[in-house]
Design a protein around this ligand. Structure first.
Ligand SMILES: N[C@@H](CCC(=O)N[C@@H](CS)C(=O)NCC(=O)O)C(=O)O
Length: 239
């Protein structure tokens, strides 16, 4: 089984940590987003969506991180706590997985683009009012993670780490990669991060997050010959 991943990407990190933590055998197929490899002919055969993560298991190809996580959980019969049979615990996880795409994922990614990638690609600093508005959106998602999804529980589904925490932590870490410390002044979020890190194992957590935490340096060194690949997308999304 092959997993196409770039650990700069949040959903790739959740899939990577899940596979590693559960000793699922896979071949790591590195796909460099900053080099535009998602647009290449070979990857088009794996996923027409042209986004990572993507999975190939024999003739079977699958895109979308949540679908991939569930496929791995079911195929490899991972421990129940990741995606419990219990109706309400599972519903709690599904609730988070359904919410996150258009909330923390969108706002955390936007922060990363505005603070790091746009200045590099377009050669301009993003106006302060845009940054402030994006920060406000991000803060409202982080508040919901604390007050609705974590509350006073150790993990999103209750007593044990689950797919919801894995999918959440990678998104919460994305703005951190752009130099924004989202944990400052948020003791509940920080304590939850520590529990998730401990449940995953610090070594694996650090391994998965090494690239994103070094992103400020990598983006500085990003090849300018590839920059044209990102301009249309950036202009469409943010300008
Ligand atoms: N909903 C998808 C999102 C995947 C996604 O947006 N991947 C990004 C990296 S985080 C990507 O590959 N982007 C490449 C591009 O848009 O060109 C999932 O959860 O897998």
């Amino acid at each position: 089984m092959e997993l196409y991943l770039d650990l700069f990407s949040q959903p790739c990190r959740s899939v990577y940590m899940f596979a590693k933590k559960n000793n699922i055998p896979f071949e790591f197929k590195q796909l460099s987003l900053l080099d535009g490899e998602q647009y290449g002919e070979e990857f088009g055969k794996i996923s027409l969506i042209r986004k990572v993560p993507a999975l190939r298991d024999g003739d079977f190809c699958l895109a979308e991180s949540i679908a991939i996580l569930l496929y791995l959980a079911e195929k490899f019969k991972t421990p129940d706590f990741w995606y419990p049979d219990d109706l309400q615990q599972r519903a709690r996880i599904n609730e988070y997985l359904s919410w996150q795409h258009m909330a923390i994922r969108m706002h955390g990614s936007k922060m990363f683009w505005l603070r790091l990638l746009i200045p590099k690609v377009l050669g301009v600093d993003v106006p302060q009012d845009k940054l402030d508005a994006a920060l406000e959106d991000l803060n409202s998602s982080l508040k919901l993670i604390e007050e609705k999804f974590i509350q006073d529980r150790p993990f999103i589904a209750g007593e044990h780490v689950s797919l919801a925490d894995l999918v959440a932590i990678v998104e919460v870490m994305q703005p951190v990669g752009s130099g924004l410390d989202v944990f400052e002044g948020r003791p509940r979020l920080s304590a939850w991060r520590d529990r998730v890190q401990e449940a995953i194992g610090k070594e694996l957590f650090d391994d998965a997050h090494q690239a994103i935490l070094g992103a400020q340096e990598s983006v500085k060194q990003m090849s300018t010959s590839k920059i044209h690949l990102f301009k249309p997308k950036i202009q469409k999304l943010f300008m």
